[in-house]
Design a protein around this ligand. Sequence first.
Ligand SMILES: CC(C)(COP(=O)(O)OP(=O)(O)OC[C@H]1O[C@@H](n2cnc3c(N)ncnc32)[C@H](O)[C@@H]1OP(=O)(O)O)[C@@H](O)C(=O)NCCC(=O)NCCS
Length: 170
Amino acid sequence: MAVSEAREPDPGAAPAALGYRLARATLLDLRAIYRLEQVIFPYDAYTYLDLLLLFLWPGTRNLKIVAPDGSLAGFVSAGPGLARRRGWIITLGVAPEHQRRGLGRWLLASAEQRLARPEIRLTVRISNAPAIALYHQMGYSVVERKPGYYRNGETGLVMERRIRPTGETR
Ligand SMILES: CC(C)(COP(=O)(O)OP(=O)(O)OC[C@H]1O[C@@H](n2cnc3c(N)ncnc32)[C@H](O)[C@@H]1OP(=O)(O)O)[C@@H](O)C(=O)NCCC(=O)NCCS
């Protein structure tokens, strides 16, 4: 049918076929998310307090992917920005043993959908080639460079995706 042909491919189809499941993350997941952050962000993992705020802050969307064995495979948190048109991806991560299976793409697309804002932004380390490749693939481009943004002095890249009401990017 013409309608389904016009839609973007479902980013969850392939991981779901492997047994992964997307769900809303809750405070019950806090410990597992904290552990995941420790592994994937060795220099600036969020503290328990940071993570707690993600769950308490109004409008924040927190999603997880559960692996077939029930463990936490990935997490994304996204929230509205001060500008009403804009949403931000606050943190995104996939456990190393589950990477390169489309989970990052699935989490990002799902967070964007739930934010329902025409502009989505995020900040990424300039050295983080895997994440930058993911964001480019998802239609993001660099809109700002922030020298010294990270604690170790590394430059942050602000990347943005503009989403038309139909879901297309420009
Ligand atoms: C970035 C991250 C979330 C990607 O998650 P993932 O589940 O492995 O990504 P996906 O399998 O959905 O990959 C989607 C696309 O991203 C790109 N990509 C992902 N990992 C990549 C890598 N290691 N090298 C090159 N490109 C990569 C590819 O274009 C890939 O598409 P393809 O597999 O069809 O080639 C994951 O590597 C991660 O958690 N890293 C540590 C935490 C982090 O850096 N988070 C982002 C902070 S801004």
